[in-house]
Design a protein around this ligand. Structure first.
Ligand SMILES: Cc1cc2nc3c(=O)[nH]c(=O)nc-3n(C[C@H](O)[C@H](O)[C@H](O)COP(=O)(O)OP(=O)(O)OC[C@H]3O[C@@H](n4cnc5c(N)ncnc54)[C@H](O)[C@@H]3O)c2cc1C
Length: 346
């Protein structure tokens, strides 16, 4: 990577996006500060199931249809990142279960995009989908960034002003102490946001259940609108997609519906005690993120990762680093252009 030695960068947001971006930029020689008012993991990244699932996301999520190659590229950057930060990826794949007509449709969709899969008596299995433990990975990312010299401030970022000698962005109580930097990266997920392009983000609230490990570790089990992740230490049941809802309160009606859907795949889910967690994803109208330069000078966006923030984080980090370094951000940049929803001036 070309050197960015000396560039002063503030990354707003310590979710998977902000941490992965900070690590990439620090490795390129930038002086990086990450600010976030919340404790580590108190965000969508911390509650996520951690699936790196190009195959079944493409097959089951209408907004991901057609993006298998993109999602797979994000997944394929994970082995190197996982080695670097010292985490293990679970590569046991995923299996879809449901009625014959639904399975036939899933199999057809996987085949249409060229995703490796096999139809068995147990359902439709694909080895393409991997997963990680999101809590462990967040700690590992923060530690790896710290080893590269990234500093952390537990404050929110306030955009103060752009100046000819740099941007003044406030991360302290006294605005006069706002840190002067060259670039701000907005990786604030759904909450917060100073970029005008963030007006195109809307929330999708998600409830997720974490149960005792009722079944042995193995492939993720996907049903219609539901998944079970059988991890060694927990069975994760996810997740609701509550479009337009941005609060983090637990809604008993959503929990009941999620549990009922999970029980269709595994009856024991109906009565097992559960930790309920809530996260809010940010989405754009086309379901793809906002990554690249804002109309506001000095501001780079890395927001709106919707259902696939973990999967896409290393790819987004590469793209943001390329923007900071003035390099080609690669073939996906036009799809993620933060200004793509702007109305052309007449
Ligand atoms: C229930 C659920 C399950 C999911 N499962 C998966 C999955 O299996 N695989 C997958 O790839 N994705 C999954 N996702 C999606 C994924 O979690 C998100 O896309 C991803 O976490 C987005 O990361 P982020 O860092 O952009 O945002 P967040 O994780 O939301 O982090 C944003 C951070 O910005 C901080 N912030 C806000 N305002 C400011 C400010 N002004 N200054 C500084 N900091 C600020 C917040 O405190 C927060 O910590 C899931 C999401 C949910 C809710």
């Amino acid at each position: 990577m070309t050197s960015a030695t000396g560039a002063r960068v503030i990354v707003a947001g310590a979710g998977v996006t902000g941490l992965t971006v900070a690590l990439a930029l620090a490795k390129a020689g930038a002086r990086v500060t990450v600010c976030d008012p919340a404790p580590l993991g108190r965000n969508a990244s911390g509650v996520a199931a951690g699936m790196l699932a190009p195959a079944f996301e493409t097959a089951l999520d209408p907004l991901a249809a057609g993006h298998f190659a993109l999602l797979k590229e994000g997944r394929d950057l994970w082995p190197a990142l996982a080695d670097e930060i010292g985490i293990v990826l679970d590569r046991s794949g995923a299996v879809a279960r449901g009625d014959a007509a639904w399975l036939a449709n899933v199999s057809w969709r996987l085949g249409a995009v060229g995703a490796e899969h096999i139809v068995t008596d147990d359902g439709v299995f694909s080895p393409e989908d991997w997963r990680l433990d999101s809590g462990t990975a967040l700690v590992a990312l923060r530690d790896a960034a710290g080893r590269q010299g990234v500093t952390f401030v537990q404050r929110d970022l306030r955009w103060l002003t752009g100046e000819s000698s740099g941007i003044r962005a406030g991360i302290y109580d006294d605005e006069a102490e706002g840190a002067l930097c060259d670039v701000v990266v907005q990786a604030t997920g759904w909450a917060g946001g100073f970029a005008p392009e963030a007006a195109h983000l809307t929330p999708i609230k998600g409830h997720i259940l974490k149960l005792a490990p009722l079944i042995p570790p193995g492939p993720v089990i996907r049903g219609d609108g539901i998944y079970l992740c059988p991890n060694a230490d927990a069975l994760i049941v996810g997740a609701t997609m509550e479009a337009g809802v941005g609060d983090a309160h637990i809604d008993p009606g959503q929990v009941m519906a999620l549990r009922a859907a999970g029980a269709r795949l595994l009856p024991e889910v109906a009565r097992a005690s559960a930790n309920v967690e809530v996260g809010v994803r940010a989405t754009t109208p086309d379901g793809l993120p906002l990554v690249g330069r804002s109309a506001l000078p000095g501001l780079i966006l890395a927001s709106g990762l919707r259902r696939n923030g973990w999967l896409l984080a290393p790819l987004v980090a590469e793209m943001v680093a390329a923007c900071v370094l003035g390099r080609d951000p690669g073939p996906w940049a036009h799809l993620f252009d933060p200004r793509r929803f702007d109305t052309p001036e007449t």
